[in-house]
Design a binder for this molecule. Structure first.
Ligand SMILES: [Zn+2]
Length: 97
Protein backbone atom coordinates (compact mmCIF):
# COMPACT_ATOMS: atom_id res chain seq x y z
CA UNK A 1 0.00 0.00 0.00
CA UNK A 2 1.28 3.37 -1.01
CA UNK A 3 0.79 6.32 1.23
CA UNK A 4 1.11 9.53 -0.67
CA UNK A 5 -0.17 13.04 -0.36
CA UNK A 6 0.86 16.63 -0.30
CA UNK A 7 2.30 18.96 2.26
CA UNK A 8 2.34 22.73 2.20
CA UNK A 9 5.16 24.92 3.39
CA UNK A 10 4.89 28.64 3.94
CA UNK A 11 8.01 30.80 3.87
CA UNK A 12 8.09 34.48 4.69
CA UNK A 13 10.63 35.97 2.32
CA UNK A 14 10.55 39.66 3.12
CA UNK A 15 8.58 42.56 4.47
CA UNK A 16 8.22 45.30 1.90
CA UNK A 17 6.68 48.74 1.97
CA UNK A 18 4.25 48.90 -0.92
CA UNK A 19 1.18 50.86 -1.79
CA UNK A 20 -1.70 48.52 -1.22
CA UNK A 21 -4.02 47.99 -4.16
CA UNK A 22 -6.90 47.42 -1.80
CA UNK A 23 -6.71 50.16 0.85
CA UNK A 24 -4.24 52.49 -0.89
CA UNK A 25 -1.99 52.86 2.13
CA UNK A 26 1.80 52.71 1.81
CA UNK A 27 2.01 49.93 4.37
CA UNK A 28 4.17 46.94 5.14
CA UNK A 29 3.43 43.89 3.06
CA UNK A 30 4.67 40.41 3.79
CA UNK A 31 6.03 38.55 0.79
CA UNK A 32 5.38 34.87 1.22
CA UNK A 33 6.19 31.79 -0.79
CA UNK A 34 3.95 28.76 -0.52
CA UNK A 35 5.48 25.51 -1.67
CA UNK A 36 3.40 22.37 -2.03
CA UNK A 37 5.38 19.16 -1.98
CA UNK A 38 4.46 15.70 -3.05
CA UNK A 39 5.00 13.23 -0.21
CA UNK A 40 5.38 9.49 -0.22
CA UNK A 41 5.16 7.72 3.14
CA UNK A 42 5.15 11.21 4.67
CA UNK A 43 8.55 11.99 3.13
CA UNK A 44 8.51 15.13 0.96
CA UNK A 45 9.92 14.17 -2.41
CA UNK A 46 9.63 17.18 -4.68
CA UNK A 47 7.85 20.47 -4.98
CA UNK A 48 5.17 20.53 -7.64
CA UNK A 49 3.65 23.91 -6.88
CA UNK A 50 5.23 27.18 -5.82
CA UNK A 51 3.13 30.26 -5.32
CA UNK A 52 4.00 33.75 -4.24
CA UNK A 53 1.77 36.32 -2.62
CA UNK A 54 1.94 39.63 -0.84
CA UNK A 55 -0.32 40.45 2.05
CA UNK A 56 -1.05 43.95 3.28
CA UNK A 57 -0.55 44.18 7.03
CA UNK A 58 -2.91 47.14 7.14
CA UNK A 59 -6.08 45.66 5.67
CA UNK A 60 -5.07 42.05 5.17
CA UNK A 61 -5.62 41.99 1.41
CA UNK A 62 -3.68 39.26 -0.29
CA UNK A 63 -2.40 39.44 -3.85
CA UNK A 64 -1.03 36.55 -5.86
CA UNK A 65 2.28 37.14 -7.63
CA UNK A 66 4.19 35.32 -10.29
CA UNK A 67 7.68 34.14 -9.45
CA UNK A 68 9.06 36.85 -11.70
CA UNK A 69 7.17 39.57 -9.83
CA UNK A 70 8.32 38.18 -6.50
CA UNK A 71 11.92 38.12 -7.71
CA UNK A 72 11.67 41.70 -8.84
CA UNK A 73 10.24 42.81 -5.51
CA UNK A 74 13.00 40.99 -3.66
CA UNK A 75 15.71 42.46 -5.89
CA UNK A 76 14.49 46.04 -5.89
CA UNK A 77 12.56 46.30 -2.66
CA UNK A 78 15.19 45.80 -0.01
CA UNK A 79 18.60 46.83 -1.34
CA UNK A 80 18.40 50.44 -2.38
CA UNK A 81 18.25 53.36 0.05
CA UNK A 82 16.77 51.45 2.95
CA UNK A 83 14.69 54.06 4.71
CA UNK A 84 13.55 56.18 1.80
CA UNK A 85 10.61 54.01 0.91
CA UNK A 86 9.43 55.34 -2.41
CA UNK A 87 6.70 52.75 -2.18
CA UNK A 88 6.74 52.28 -5.90
CA UNK A 89 5.62 48.80 -6.83
CA UNK A 90 7.78 47.11 -9.45
CA UNK A 91 5.42 47.73 -12.30
CA UNK A 92 5.28 49.95 -15.33
CA UNK A 93 6.12 53.53 -14.48
CA UNK A 94 3.77 56.07 -16.07
CA UNK A 95 6.38 58.84 -15.82
CA UNK A 96 8.77 57.13 -18.19
CA UNK A 97 8.43 56.96 -21.97
ZN1 LIG B 1 -4.20 47.26 2.36
Amino acid sequence: MLLFGTKGYLHQLAILTLICGQCGNPSAHTLTKRVTKFTLFFVPLFAFSTKYATQCTFCGAEQQLTEEQADRLLAGGTERDGGQGTGRPAQSDPHRH
